[in-house]
Design a protein around this ligand. Structure first.
Ligand code: ATR
Length: 278
């Protein structure tokens, strides 16, 4: 195939839904180009990225476990990547390797799209978990102007580390503090892996949560997690995690292929069919 070529680099990478998303947009916009899976071991990552041009790649996405290594290789990083010291989107610009991190953008764009007004008065957001996904969410919420971003995590040291990404707004907490935080928050985010197919359930009691709070889960398999189902049943607005995956892909596509793509209902249903194995 001719035209610009991009890829997603991961290890393993077979589970990545990025090809499905980018190939849909290539077809939708009639762009001559391609998007491939690149399974690259950590030891081979640097050499792979350094040979982007030789392989005909204009750029690519980076997924687990390479996001920090990708950041370290950049000639120029956008602020979102600098903040997280991790890059998920790379492109070549006159031979220079440039990169950004679109996870926070994807998180915010999903909420903007699915629950307009979700920010409320931006007083308090509660984020469960302190892994890579949580880092992007916490930084993004602080960037949106939340006065307090509470990071609730089992391991206190990680909660402290991630809360720092929100600057003065960041507050680390342990699970015992959750009921009190739920009573005050306008936004609850699950950024742990709990509730994902094959992982233990996320066990939290939503009783103290205000009915006006928005609840979102970064887990998208299953699409409606137990958390979202419980929140929906008691009348809270809920936003599933699939939209974040779709929105985080858009800036890369625009860089590589020159068209700002739209997250369409059709794209969403293609991904849902894929998640359900249809
Ligand atoms: P990712 O990079 O995808 O966000 P991660 O780094 O593995 O994933 O982080 C997973 C998050 O889920 C962490 O916050 C983890 O808590 P710890 O920092 O205490 O490990 C949380 N998590 C995973 N399993 C958990 C469990 N059984 N109980 C409570 N928290 C759990």
């Amino acid at each position: 195939m001719n035209g610009p070529k991009a890829c997603v680099i991961g290890w393993p990478v077979r589970q990545s839904r990025s090809p499905l998303i980018h190939r849909y947009w290539l077809r939708l916009y009639g762009v001559e180009g391609s998007y491939e899976l690149a399974e690259v071991e950590p030891d081979a990552f640097e050499a792979f990225v350094r040979s982007f041009a030789a392989q005909g790649f204009v750029g690519g996405n980076v997924t687990v476990p390479h996001k920090e290594a990708a950041y370290a290789l950049l000639d120029a990083a956008e602020p979102a990547a600098v903040e997280l010291k991790a890059a998920n989107t790379l492109w070549l610009d006159n031979g220079a390797l440039k990169g950004t991190n679109t996870d926070g953008f994807g998180f915010l764009a999903n909420l903007d799209d699915a629950a307009p007004g979700w920010e409320g008065r931006r007083r308090l957001a509660v984020v469960l978990g302190a892994g890579g996904a949580s880092r992007a969410v916490v930084a993004a919420l602080a960037g949106r102007g939340f006065a307090r971003v509470a990071v609730v995590n089992r391991t206190a040291s990680r909660a402290f580390e991630v809360a720092r990404l929100a600057g003065r707004a960041g507050e680390p907490y342990g699970p015992d503090d959750l009921p009190e935080l739920l009573a005050e928050t306008g936004l609850l985010v699950n950024a742990t892996s709990l509730g994902m197919t094959g992982k233990p359930p996320l066990k939290i009691d939503l009783a103290p949560l205000s009915r006006s709070a928005v609840v979102t889960d970064l887990v998208y398999a299953p699409l409606e997690t137990d958390l979202l189902a419980a929140a929906r049943a008691r009348g809270n607005a809920v936003v599933d995690g699939l939209g974040m995956l779709l929105h985080q892909a858009a800036p890369g596509f625009e860089r590589w292929f020159g068209v700002r793509p739209e997250v369409t209902p059709e794209l969403r249903s293609i991904l849902i069919d894929n998640l359900l194995g249809r």
